[in-house]
Write a protein that binds this ligand. Structure first.
Ligand code: HEC
Ligand code: HEC
Length: 318
C-alpha cells in the first residue's frame, strides 16, 4: 500500500510537471533567503556611496519608511509616498525600488514605465490577479501594501516613476563559468572566495558592488552572466518569433522594445525579473487582463528559451 501511494505521488508529480511544460520555477530567478540569513546589524558607522556627500546609518537604510536620496540631482523631488510611504502598512516605494526607480534583480525597475501600466499593475496586485509562482518571497510585501494604498497615492507614485528616464545599469557577459553565489537579501551575491562553477542554463545576475547596492544607491551597476550563445538565440526568438514558438515582441512592445502606449518597456531590464514575469504569466500566477495578451507569446517557451530572451533583452539599451 505504502509503495502504491508513493508510486502514485511520483506519477502525479511528473504529470503536473509535464502539464506545466517546465521543470518548476528556476531557483536562480526566484532566490529565497536561507533561514540563517541575518540583516546587517547597526554598528554605528555612517554609510556612504561614491560621489555623494550624504550619509545614512544602517538603521535608516533598513527602515522601510525611508527611501535614501543619495544623488538628489539625478531625479526630481520624491512625492511623499515614494519617499516615506504611509505607516503602518504602505512602505516607501523608493525603499525597495530606489529613489530613481532603478530597482534591482530582487524587484523591478519602474523608471519610464507608462503611468497607466503602473496603475493597472497596482490594481492587479490588489485584486490578486498578479501573484507569484514561488511563495514566501519579498513580493509578499509588495502585494500587502497594494491592499492599503489609496488611489491618490498610486497616481502620485505612477506620475513620478513614469516621468523618469530608465537607466542602463546591466552588463551582459556570456560565459561558461560563473562565480559561486549565495542568496543575500532576495538577490544573488558573488561569494568572495573566488570559487567558480559551471553556469549551466542559468542566468546569474549580481551587483558589481554588493555594499553599494545594499546601501540602495540607484547608481549601482549589475553583471548578468548568461550562457554562451544565449543572446543570439534570444534575438532570434524576440525578432522572428522562432518559427511559431512565440510572437514577435515588437508588435506589441514597440520597434525598439521600449514600450508602446500603455505597454511596458522590456529592453535593458533585469533578466531575473524578466524570467520571473515570463514564467509567472505562463503558469498563471500573473493573470491580469494585460497578461492574457501575453499568453500566446509564452505558452510554448521552455525555461531555457525564457533565459535566452531575457539575456537578449538585458543587452539592449533601456
Ligand atoms: C518591500 C519592497 C517593495 C516596496 C516597498 C514596493 N515594492 Fe513594488 N515591487 C516589489 C517587488 C519584489 C516587485 C517585483 C515582483 C516580481 O518579481 O514579480 C515589485 C513590482 C512592482 C511593480 C511591477 C513592475 C512591472 O514592471 O510590472 C510595480 C508597478 C510596483 N512594484 C510599484 C510599487 C509602488 C508604486 C510602490 C510604493 C507604493 C512599491 N512598488 C513599493 C517590491 C516592493
Ligand atoms: C500581443 C501583444 C504582445 C506580444 C506579441 C508580446 N507581449 Fe509582452 N506584454 C504584453 C502586455 C499587454 C503586457 C502587460 C501585461 C500585464 O498587464 O500584466 C506584457 C508584458 C510583458 C512583460 C512584463 C513586463 C513588466 O514590466 O513586468 C514581459 C517581460 C514581456 N511582456 C515580454 C515579452 C516578450 C519577450 C515578447 C516576445 C517574445 C512579448 N512580450 C510579446 C503584450 C504582448
Amino acid at each position: 500500500m505504502k509503495t502504491f501511494i508513493s508510486i502514485l505521488a511520483l506519477s502525479l508529480a511528473s504529470l503536473s510537471s509535464t502539464a506545466l511544460g517546465a521543470d518548476g520555477p528556476p531557483p536562480w530567478a526566484y532566490p529565497v533567503n536561507p533561514p540563517e540569513l541575518k540583516p546587517r546589524a547597526e554598528d554605528g558607522i555612517a554609510r556612504r556611496v561614491p560621489a555623494s556627500s550624504a550619509t545614512y546609518s544602517v538603521t535608516q537604510l533598513r527602515d522601510r519608511f525611508i527611501s535614501p536620496v543619495w544623488h538628489p540631482g539625478d531625479h526630481p523631488p520624491l512625492p511623499t509616498i515614494v519617499a516615506e510611504g504611509r505607516k503602518p502598512n504602505v512602505f516607501a516605494c523608493g525603499f525597495c525600488h530606489r529613489a530613481e526607480g532603478t530597482g534591482g534583480p530582487e524587484n523591478a525597475s519602474l523608471g519610464g514605465l507608462p503611468a497607466a501600466y503602473i496603475v493597472q499593475q497596482m490594481a492587479d496586485y490588489k485584486s490578486g490577479a498578479r501573484k507569484t509562482s514561488v511563495q514566501k518571497r519579498n513580493i509578499d510585501l509588495m502585494i500587502a501594501l497594494s491592499k492599503d494604498i489609496t488611489d491618490a497615492e498610486v497616481q502620485a507614485a505612477a506620475a513620478y516613476f513614469s516621468a523618469l528616464k530608465p537607466k542602463s545599469n546591466i552588463r551582459v557577459v556570456e560565459t561558461a563559468t560563473v562565480p559561486k553565489t549565495t542568496v543575500a537579501g532576495w538577490f544573488l551575491a558573488a561569494s568572495n572566495t573566488g570559487e567558480k562553477e559551471p553556469i549551466g542554463q542559468r542566468i546569474i545576475e549580481v551587483p558589481e558592488d554588493v555594499e553599494q547596492f545594499e546601501n540602495r544607491d540607484p547608481r549601482s551597476q549589475f553583471i548578468a552572466y548568461v550562457p554562451i550563445g544565449s543572446v543570439a538565440r534570444g534575438e532570434v526568438l524576440v525578432s522572428t518569433g522562432g518559427a511559431g514558438k512565440t510572437l514577435q515582441c515588437a508588435i506589441c512592445h514597440g520597434q525598439d522594445l521600449k514600450g508602446l502606449g500603455e505597454l511596458p518597456s522590456i529592453a535593458g531590464r533585469s533578466p531575473s525579473y524578466v524570467v520571473r514575469q515570463l514564467y509567472d504569466i505562463q503558469n498563471g500566477a500573473r493573470a491580469g487582463k494585460g497578461a492574457q495578451l501575453m499568453k500566446a507569446a509564452v505558452v510554448n517557451l521552455t525555461v531555457e528559451d525564457m533565459a535566452s530572451i531575457a539575456a537578449y533583452l538585458a543587452s539592449r539599451a533601456p
